[in-house]
Design a protein around this ligand. Structure first.
Ligand SMILES: Cc1cc2nc3c(=O)[nH]c(=O)nc-3n(C[C@H](O)[C@H](O)[C@H](O)COP(=O)(O)OP(=O)(O)OC[C@H]3O[C@@H](n4cnc5c(N)ncnc54)[C@H](O)[C@@H]3O)c2cc1C
Length: 612
């Protein structure tokens, strides 16, 4: 209960009547990026900022605690209720779209894994603009440092586990958002570590944040030296800020961005949970800019609702097109995962994950450590070690022919038929870049977290080629948008997934180092070997999302279907930027939150330094 004690913070408004007449900046969405930008823009104590958030301000240990934690299923209303469109290549699978509806956004519910993409991931974003772009590894590294306060592992933690390497050069110490290390690790992780580091071409980078592929430990979004709780957008960028110029209104849904000609002047919102007649709409003015940080699913929806998007789509929904911008809601992608179940029939290393639930002595010991000084097993979130590998390592025989196939592709063949020529051109440019990525060991295609005993029951494909869409529902534009993953719509994704799956089996089932544990593959099972059988398996066992949606307001040149420029300004509109996960033109090969915080830090600087 002590954890829930009220905190000092910026003003939370009781309702629209408490609003100022206008604000310098109005931010749509109090999530991962929105609160980060809000904090930075208001830190001078003068600039007025309003954040409008659809979700509630939740004071809950379900969010704060780190123990074994992902909080997404704690309270159903912390997630939006969205199911994807039927996925054609996945036997019409409709899947849950996991995104958060709470102050702090997805950083409040996520798995707290604090990872960073490779140098190529960030250089790629700038490459679409030509030389000199500041969207590069060197251009974003300062914002990773600014955005994360590193808390190094204790000496005991390092001694416990061979292979922990870190280099403080890659981190900062000023942010109130923490990247910490738990004081406990499962001992069995060292076998998984070894199996992967034995592979030719696999290295342990000098730091998890050094922008390299390999096998490594990485921090957790937690304040390991303080509360030993989750550290997220709310704790890092809102709690304990006593600023009269930083307002937050919760349980309020933005329905539209107001335009005067081509200038964004403010936003319209209403209470979240109310539908139908009698709803009170409120308009709030932005003196300087409106910042859209509603996330990958809702940022494009809000642009489209405001008349900014693909003309035909808007017209068919009865929305007057104000700024024709064909890329809005296109270029949607996520990491995909393949279910893969391996059991160890002879595993006697303790403690392990199961003891968490089954061994009363272990639980009593863990409780004792936690109660005494918040150390031990309960200080550990879900996963903090993994393999992050490129295709030349995973598929040395096959990667070149796969890359050549991508080189030969005609982008239009794999997009919805209605796609605008600029969107098609953008996809062609992405495919060329990804073909290079396939050939390079510096790009992550396969990732797998280490559990400390039996392998986690899936692996992740980190750079899928297929693109989907997030478009308004033309028969009910203000209801949730149509989220269409279009998984495997580019058939080369089957080729790549096949290589990843074969590799996963080779390492986790057939590796001599693991023979002592007597592994057995229960799904798909060793009878699945031919391409045909694998593809059939994939069609039934692929998850189109790793909860990392991105790309729908891509930062790309306009002629490549871009939505925002390098200043994150929406093309054709003055006073409107997008700052959130949706601006990634190509997803990074790791979980997104660390990168979203860095984008938000850089975005805040761009806004401060370059208002129109
Ligand atoms: C369950 C889960 C687990 C994950 N695990 C990890 C992990 O371990 N490590 C990692 O790095 N990444 C992880 N991620 C991904 C990462 O957390 C997200 O990519 C990132 O937080 C997205 O940030 P964002 O600012 O783009 O959006 P969000 O943080 O989702 O913020 C968007 C905000 O806008 C609000 N909003 C939307 N529409 C409106 C509207 N109309 N009016 C007002 N407000 C609105 C939303 O309620 C939300 O609060 C996970 C994600 C999820 C969902």
């Amino acid at each position: 209960a002590a954890l829930n004690a009220p905190k000092i913070h910026a003003r939370v408004l009781d309702g629209p009547e408490a609003l100022n007449k206008s604000y310098d900046y109005v931010i749509i969405g109090g999530g991962t990026a929105g609160l980060t930008v809000g904090d930075r823009l208001s830190e001078d104590g003068k600039t007025t900022v309003l954040v409008i958030e659809n979700g509630e301000l939740a004071n809950s240990d379900e969010i704060n605690n780190v123990r074994d934690r992902v909080s997404w299923n704690a309270e159903p209303w912390w997630l939006y209720n969205i199911t994807s469109a039927p996925n054609k290549e996945l036997e019409n699978l409709e899947s849950t779209v996991y995104i958060a509806n709470v102050v702090g956004g997805s950083s409040a519910l996520n798995g707290m894994q604090c990872v960073r993409g490779t140098t190529d991931d960030y250089d790629r974003w700038g490459s679409f603009f030509g030389n000199g772009s500041t969207w590069s590894w060197n251009g974003i590294l300062p914002y990773f440092k600014k955005g994360l306060h590193f808390q190094p592992p204790s000496e005991e933690a390092v001694d416990q586990m061979p292979g922990i390497k870190y280099d403080e050069f890659y981190w900062g110490t000023t942010s109130r958002l923490y990247a910490g290390w738990p004081s406990f690790q499962w001992p069995g992780i060292k076998y998984q570590f070894e199996v992967f580091t034995e592979l030719p071409g696999v290295e342990v980078p000098k730091d998890s944040g050094a922008g390299q592929t390999g096998v490594y430990w990485y921090p957790t979004f937690m304040d390991a030296e303080g509360s030993v709780n989750r550290s997220y957008a709310r704790t890092g960028h809102w709690d304990n800020l006593n600023r009269a110029n930083y307002d937050l209104i919760t349980e309020s849904k933005v329905t539209k961005i107001e335009l005067d000609g081509n200038k964004a002047t403010g936003v319209v919102f209403r209470p979240s949970e109310v539908d139908g007649e009698g709803v009170e709409f409120t308009t709030v003015k932005a003196n300087k800019e409106v910042i859209l940080s509603a996330g990958t699913i809702h940022s494009p929806q809000l642009l489209q609702l405001s008349g900014i998007g693909p003309r035909k789509l808007l017209e068919s929904a009865g929305i007057e097109p104000k700024v024709e911008l064909p890329g809005v809601g296109q270029n949607f992608h996520d990491h995909t995962t393949l279910h893969f179940e391996i059991k160890f029939r002879n595993y006697s290393i303790h403690p392990n994950r199961r003891d968490d639930f089954e061994d009363p002595d272990f639980i009593a010991w863990a409780d004792e450590l936690w109660d005494a000084n918040r150390t031990g097993p309960w200080s550990r979130a879900l996963w903090n070690t993994g393999a992050w590998l490129g295709l030349p390592v995973v598929a040395p025989e096959a990667y070149e022919s796969i890359a050549a196939k991508v080189d030969a592709q005609n982008a239009a063949d794999y997009l919805p038929t209605s796609s605008d020529p600029t969107v098609i051109a953008g996809y062609q440019a992405r495919l060329a870049s990804l073909a290079e990525a396939i050939r390079s060991s510096d790009n992550i295609f396969y990732s797998h977290y280490f559990s400390g005993d039996e392998p986690v029951n899936y692996f992740t494909y980190e750079h899928p080629l297929s693109l989907g869409t997030v478009n308004i529902n033309i028969s009910a534009p203000e209801s949730e948008p149509i989220v269409d993953y279009r998984t495997y719509s580019n058939p080369v994704d089957f080729d790549i997934m096949l290589e990843l799956a074969r590799f996963h089996r080779r390492i986790n089932v057939e590796s001599p180092l693991l023979a002592q544990f007597d592994p057995v593959e229960t799904s798909p099972g060793l009878n699945v070997t031919s391409r045909e059988d694998w593809v059939a398996y994939m069609r039934h066992n692929t998850e189109p999302t790793a909860m990392h949606p991105t790309g729908t307001c891509a930062m790309m040149p306009l002629e490549l279907g871009g939505v925002v420029d390098e200043q994150l300004r929406v093309y054709g509109v003055k006073g409107l930027r997008v700052v959130d996960a949706s601006v990634m033109s190509v997803i990074v090969g790791v979980n997104l939150a660390g990168t979203v915080f860095a984008i938000a830090e850089k975005g805040a600087d761009l806004i401060k330094n370059g208002s129109e």
